[in-house]
Design a protein around this ligand. Sequence first.
Ligand code: SAM
Length: 293
Amino acid sequence: MEKLSNPQVTIDTIKKYGFDFQKKYGQNFLVDAHVLNKIMDAAELTPEDCVLEIGPGFGTMTQYLAERAGKVLAVEIDDSLIPILNETLQEYENVKIIHGDILKLDIQRLIINENAGMPVKVVANLPYYITTPIIMGLLEQNIPISSITVMVQKEVADRMQSGPGSKDYGALSLAIQYYSMPYIVANVPPNCFIPRPTVGSCVIRLTRYDTPPVSVQDEKLMFKLIRASFNQRRKTLVNGIGNAAEVPYTKEDAVSALKTMGLSPTVRGETLTLEQFAELSDILADFVTETVR
Ligand code: SAM
């Protein structure tokens, strides 16, 4: 049977099942064999890998994954896609279709039950409305995932891989870069999808670090400080921290910590590196211990 990456096969499948695209599920199906092969190459799949695919849709990418990986776990939320997937993937014995919401699923348990000790890689054309919660959930939980190769909105990919000084740099860049090394694989134009998205898309690969590139005493505190610093983008870091309800520090604490780091009290969050946020966090953590707040 001809693959779904042939646009005509996808069009025939839409007609055959009378499939209605659901905007609320971010359904834009990929119909470009060249892009799919690029994603497969970037994910560096081998028969020893188990792949977690989020949102298989009609199973277009799943067909490519099944040919390269040892096993594919495909999690789809839309009821109406399950019978279609059962047909389009029937010849692939190494695919397991899971009907559910990726944000509610116990992914840790799923992987332990299904990966048979194989390394796990995430590969997906993600639903754009929940890209960040999906990726952050995968990185923050202690799930044995070695890499995440995904199609995302171009603007989100830019934010993930930006550094200090860039307009795209922010809390998402720092969180992604604490857990993984991002690499933009390809830009993908809207005409590679049915229906066409209104935004540009990008394939990004995140290679997970075994240990984060900076060490910090209290990871949670560092991320609270990062969020506080970027909450009010045009304000100074001192004001951001002093005004944030989620951190127990005054503006004076922030000024004093910045002084210890040799930084000006008027510095803005978007100029600090991940290493500097870790240092700031460690200095402020010691303040709490000393003053027993
Ligand atoms: N992988 C297919 C492709 O490339 O042609 C479809 C990708 S489409 C951008 C996103 C897919 O994610 C849709 O099939 C959608 O129904 C599914 N989806 C949306 N929200 C989901 C959720 N919370 N959990 C699991 N799947 C979801």
